[in-house]
Design a protein around this ligand. Structure first.
Ligand code: MN
Length: 294
């Protein structure tokens, strides 16, 4: 029976069994198709599945790094179905699950789902490191509102929920309100706005602002909608693939990146290029992590 062509549960890259067991793998993918507070276009609950599907078509050799990053082994967990009983309960479930997953010592990449889930891994690592952590936030938005559409647990508030314990350094920001501008100024947060991407020393500004230990949170609306229109709130004037790669490479080379998430992909049926881009982004991060950790 085992030899019959059963449909397999979706696995990142569609790797063979021996490279995906939790014992063999050094990297783990945790799909969290959570969507509760989306404010404009929905569909981010389909993000993880689209990323996993697209990942099967990625070239496994990374010519930039001259390595085959998949050889470190990548375990893909089944999707976590968080309760629909409210954001606080859902995040509590995620907190428990994330803590258990982290016990296995993998480099864990969470696939969202909406951005509100980031507060769980960010606070987990902040606690582990006794506050010696910063967040590199790729995002069109600052997510620093105290509440949004009546809830403090919205995707638009996620950095405000963590900012007193972990310092975010945001890149690609181009849609904020006056309250958020006030928080940025009051706390002296470093923000690289959309129009500043690619400016002289923009990467050094980010590196200088980050502490040695970094959590990477990648909201795919960082990208210009020309690259990724498939997201909840697409904003013009975003970053390119090259911006993201140039910064990520330097961060993984010079900092200790503990874990990451990639959130807010809301796939558009029939449009595969953004799904593929995001899947490849995850694979590039795994490659940079491996490269940076040798
Ligand atoms: Mn965003």
């Amino acid at each position: 029976m085992a030899r019959l062509p059963w449909k397999l549960p979706p696995k990142f890259l569609g790797l063979e069994e021996q490279l995906t067991t939790p014992e063999q793998a050094r990297v783990a993918i945790l799909p969290v198709p959570y969507e509760a507070t989306t404010s404009y276009m929905g569909g981010t609950r389909h993000g993880p599945e689209a990323i996993l599907r697209a990942s099967r078509h990625i070239e496994l050799y990374d010519h930039e790094l001259s390595i085959e990053p998949y050889r470190v082994g990548i375990h893909t967990y089944p999707a976590l179905e968080l309760t629909a009983g409210g954001p606080e309960e859902a995040l509590a479930e995620l907190r428990k699950a994330y803590a258990e997953v982290c016990q296995l010592d993998h480099f864990v990449v969470v696939l969202g789902g909406e951005h509100s889930i980031t507060q769980v891994p960010a606070l987990h690592w902040a606690q582990e490191l006794d506050g010696d952590l910063s967040i590199l936030q790729f995002d069109a938005h600052a997510d620093l509102r105290d509440s949004f559409h009546g809830t403090r647990w919205s995707h638009a508030c996620v950095m405000r929920r963590v900012v007193d314990r972990v310092r975010p350094v945001a890149v690609g920001v181009r849609a904020i309100d006056a309250e958020e501008r006030g928080v940025i100024d009051d706390l002296g947060l470093t923000v690289v706005y959309g129009e500043e991407l690619g400016e002289e020393r923009w990467i050094e500004r980010v590196l200088d602002a980050l502490s040695d230990n970094v959590y990477v949170s990648f909201d795919v609306d960082f990208f210009d909608p020309a690259y990724v229109p498939s997201t909840g709130t697409p904003e013009p004037g975003g970053g390119t693939w090259q911006h993201a790669m140039a910064l990520l490479r330097r961060v993984f080379e010079t900092k200790t990146v503990l874990a990451a998430d990639v959130v807010e992909l809301a796939p558009i049926p029939g449009m595969v290029a953004p799904d593929f881009l995001v899947a490849k982004l995850v694979y590039k991060m795994i490659g940079y992590w491996q490269y940076g950790s040798v």
